[in-house]
Design a protein around this ligand. Sequence first.
Ligand code: PEP
Length: 248
Amino acid sequence: MSRRRIIAGNWKMNKTPSEAVELVATLKDLVKNDDVDVVYCVPAIDIVPVAEAVKGTNVHVGAENFYIEDKGAFTGEISAPMLKDAGVEYIIIGHSERRDIFGENDILINAKVKKAFASGLKPILCCGESLALRKAGTYVEWIKRQIKWDLTDVAADQVKDLVIAYEPIWAIGTGETATADQAEEVCGIIRKTIADLYDDATAEAVRIQYGGSMNAGNAAELLAKPNIDGGLIGGASLKPDFGQIVNA
Ligand code: PEP
């Protein structure tokens, strides 16, 4: 089965609204590729201007975070209906920065995955191990457990539309990339885990990205691997290099 490639930028807490519109204009011609889903996951305040700026292009808009209730007394939060109304299609869930800095656990992450699907948003579910777990050799068990917890009570027909990003924490923003073989090993294990939890057809349909210092120089080798269907890109998504990754 051939899965459609998906290259998503995670802008994190970068770019004011006017800078965001400038970046969209800079990247516009560089990211043209009808064979790839291109997504900009942007800070909440940039969503409306970016959605406007990408109109008529091949770029989809994603968000970096949301809360599981539709509305109410949740000061500072943003809801799935708000994101949908603003034109958001994808939502990053379970990024290691949200797990580590903001204390999000697998119970909340699982609730977010379920809420995203119920609201018509496509989750980009992140998983990945710390350097300590990699060195201890227990990373495979860790990743399997994360996937199992985060997908509790999520149906197979929803998982077919899921994107999973394998992001080893030791490779995020460090300039240290997993080798293509290391990334492929874990992406293959993630696919096998989905097959065990659901079935082979679901595992074949789910798209799995690698994330962690992916750049214009290493993208082609990573993306050539059979179980790597795309990338989640932090630092390099803010530069013209992003166009080279889309077209790698
Ligand atoms: C990320 O934060 O999802 C990421 C992969 O960052 P970077 O590409 O900068 O390592």
